[in-house]
Design a protein around this ligand. Structure first.
Ligand SMILES: C[S@@+](CC[C@H](N)C(=O)[O-])C[C@H]1O[C@@H](n2cnc3c(N)ncnc32)[C@H](O)[C@@H]1O
Length: 248
């Protein structure tokens, strides 16, 4: 059995070199900054439309907030961030420190696996909104029992406004992009909105072929919640469809 951080047999252990984050993640983001800009802009627009009525916000997997606009964060006076990456606060301060200080917002870090850290926090801070920052589609890289936790999440969040953007499908681009739309075959960076989850049938209808990884997030957003699908070229050779939605 692996060591635990909070009494859960499968809990991921915080560090600076994890599969889903850490120093290699910061290096990749800085290296691919221009490549990521269209996706960063779309996330900013998505979050700009989310204004939960609260002075506090719980952020899960925020890392350095490379994809989160300072302006959005500074609407909240108290940010509580659950992370596995112990190097994240340093980069977060570099990116957002000045604007958060100006706005009088504070950031408190909780290092640990959100699977065990989030439930007590939600109970303690009834009604506080939660934002999952591109983390839920990666839970399978950190935990073997991820399907159980993803299935339990909507009920765990009952009574809390929440929003998430997360990997839905991803693939390796072999010799060019295979979609029918957009410049050089790349989908329109604005993506599309759908009432139905993106599934393998829809992927084919979009003109995608080849091998795609399903990140297990198809059932996360409750039925009827509009889903925004955003294309993200994470590296020159890797492509993700990211699903974004908000639940009030
Ligand atoms: C893709 S990065 C998110 C990037 C972030 N949205 C940004 O703007 O830079 C995923 C982050 O989630 C964190 N993470 C992954 N699994 C986690 C878990 N089970 N509990 C807490 N944090 C987790 C990783 O440490 C990593 O920093």
């Amino acid at each position: 059995m692996r060591p635990t951080t909070h009494g859960m047999a499968n809990d991921a252990v915080p560090g600076v070199f994890r599969r889903t984050g850490g120093l290699q993640w910061h290096a990749r983001v800085l290296r691919c900054w221009r490549l990521h800009q269209p996706f960063r802009d779309e996330i900013a627009e998505f979050l700009g439309a989310w204004r939960p009525d609260s002075t506090g916000l719980i952020l899960v997997g925020a890392s350095a907030g490379w994809f989160l606009p300072s302006r959005f964060l500074s609407h909240f006076s108290r940010l509580t961030i659950i992370e596995l990456d112990r190097s994240a606060p340093f980069f977060f301060r570099l990116r957002h420190g000045a604007e958060l200080r100006r706005a009088g917002s504070s950031a408190e870090w909780i290092f640990g696996d959100f699977v065990s850290r989030l439930p007590p926090l939600l109970r303690e801070r009834g009604g506080t909104p939660a934002l999952f920052c591109n983390v839920l589609g990666q839970l399978g890289l950190e935990r073997t029992d991820y399907e159980r936790w993803l299935a339990a999440l909507p009920e765990m969040l009952d009574g809390h406004p929440w929003a998430s953007f997360h990997d839905r499908f991803s693939t390796v681009i072999e010799g060019g992009f295979d979609s029918a739309t957009g410049d050089r075959g790349f989908p329109n960076p604005r993506g599309f909105v759908s009432e139905l989850p993106l599934d393998s049938v829809r992927l084919q209808q979009l003109g995608h072929q080849g091998v795609w990884i399903d990140h297990g997030t198809g059932e996360l957003l409750p039925a009827g919640v509009p889903r925004r699908y955003l294309p993200w070229r994470i590296t020159p050779k890797r492509f993700h469809w990211v699903e974004a939605g908000m639940v009030s």
